[in-house]
Design a protein around this ligand. Structure first.
Ligand code: FES
Ligand SMILES: [Fe+2]
Length: 449
């Protein structure tokens, strides 16, 4: 139950109790609390309301200070301009229908992608997830191991994640009860058949669970994983704790999102206005807030062998208020990208402590990406610090979302010398495509949310 609900219940309870105590008005013996005996009903009601409101305020403050920050945006919540009486959903659908896609690279690069956070899947639970244009069933056995398999049962097509039951390390189909093993997808039991055919199996996705996330490996030719997702020891050991997450759905090609890291010039333009000026790009340059600005120094480089699937963006951030630089708030961030779908944004600050934002991009459909930012931070730093960092990051990110949601992919962009890192990034990223990587075949008639 959320804190505010608890506060309301306690407030009402206290109020009711006080009114009952004041029942001495009807008490002929007259042994209620003297104060209540002497005050009128109106005064008692006021006291109850003040008590309730105070408890609500305490609940709200407790949430603000200690609960994780969770901002989950729907696909049409951010980055569209809804004018002329249209709803945001209508605006989003129109943009998706009318936008030119350009000459796109393949839509699903080879790599690791987050499907769920570990805490979202309890023992014995199964979840349905849309990832890379497929429906998968993610389930956890009673020993705690998580598995990812194709959701549709090869028998007659029921969705294993909708009513399926975890039995040992298998999942049982809700339709006729066939059971499939999590580690290789093989059917091990058909309740009404004498023999289980050798070929009865469902596709099993290579998966791993690291940094409290469940990830799947995708390769268009079904090749085995070519690298692993590094473990952030501080998360595993519990030295850095969960302080919140954000989730966005972005209407763009997946490559456009990491390309931002190498697009150095956009930082000095899109991300310079202070976070107080918000996320709507029509107003971010408003005069009211121009006394706050962010300055960025950025460098992007691929890593050498054996980590050529990784790259690093080094960011130095400086805050200026009324033209005055506040060196105490200078922050250095190392954004290490591991393959196409995972980035570790590592923060280090002299007194604000250390932590990481796990930035994960997972394609849902060819031009729809689910992006999550999950923050883990030193447990001895007040939660308000990482929550503020996550919120600030979210504001800057939502400015990018407005660009991505409305832009076209340009395969041969018109670049100047200072943009050279963008081409370098495209060359680096092309390692995640192979000859058979799926491409967008056709534009659907409707992509309505
Ligand atoms: S459809 Fe799954 S057992 Fe028949
Ligand atoms: Fe950006």
């Amino acid at each position: 139950m959320s804190t505010w609900k608890v506060a309301v219940i306690i407030g009402l309870g206290v109020g009711a109790m006080l009114i009952m105590q004041s029942g001495d008005l009807l008490d002929s013996v007259g042994n209620g609390y003297p104060i209540w005996r002497e005050t009128g009903l109106l005064a008692q009601a006021v006291v109850c309301i003040i008590a309730g409101v105070s408890l609500l305020a305490i609940g709200w403050l407790h949430g603000l200070l200690f609960s994780p920050l969770e901002l989950l945006r729907g696909p049409d919540d951010v980055g569209y301009i809804a004018e002329d009486g249209r709803s945001r959903a209508q605006a989003a659908n129109e943009v998706r229908r009318r936008r030119k896609t350009g000459e796109l690279p393949p839509v699903y690069p080879n790599g690791w992608y987050r499907v769920l956070d570990s805490h979202m899947l309890k023992r014995g639970e199964v979840k349905s997830v849309s990832v890379l244009g497929e429906q998968v069933a993610v389930f956890r056995d009673q020993d705690g191991k998580a598995y990812v398999i194709d959701a549709y049962c090869p028998h007659l097509g029921a969705n294993l994640a909708v009513g399926g039951r975890v039995v040992g390390s298998c999942i049982e189909c809700p339709f006729h009860g066939w059971q499939f093993r999590g580690n290789d997808g093989k059917c091990v039991r058909i309740p009404y058949a004498e023999k289980v055919p050798e070929f009865a199996k469902v596709r099993c996705w290579p998966s791993c669970e690291v940094n409290r996330q469940i990830l799947v490996w995708f390769h268009c030719d079904k090749e085995d994983p070519q690298w692993s997702v590094p473990e952030q020891q501080e998360i595993t050991k519990g030295e850095w704790v969960y302080r919140g997450r954000t989730e966005h759905f972005i209407n763009a090609h997946i490559e456009e999102i990491p390309e931002n890291a190498a697009d150095i010039a956009h930082l000095a333009h899109l991300h310079t206005p202070g976070i107080l000026s918000g996320v709507d790009l029509r107003y971010t340059y408003s005069k009211t807030w121009e006394f706050v600005r962010h300055d960025w120094k950025v460098q992007w480089e691929p890593e050498p062998e054996p980590n050529k699937h990784c790259s690093q963006m080094l960011v130095k951030h400086a805050l200026t208020v009324f033209g005055c630089h506040w060196p105490l708030l200078d922050i250095c961030v190392v954004a290490r990208q591991v393959g196409p779908g995972v980035v570790f944004l590592q923060f280090e600050h002299s007194f604000l402590g250390r932590g990481v934002i796990l930035h994960c991009v997972t394609p849902v459909e060819p031009l729809l990406q689910c992006v999550s930012h999950t923050i883990y931070y030193q447990s001895n730093i007040p939660p308000l610090v990482p929550k503020f960092i996550l919120k600030a990051e979210c504001i800057q990110f939502e400015r990018d979302v407005m660009i991505w949601n409305n832009k076209k992919y340009i395969s041969k962009p018109l670049l100047v010398k200072e943009d050279s890192a963008i081409q370098k990034h495209r060359r680096w990223y092309s390692q995640f495509y192979s000859e058979n990587s799926p491409r967008l075949q056709y534009q659907r008639d409707t992509l309505d949310f």
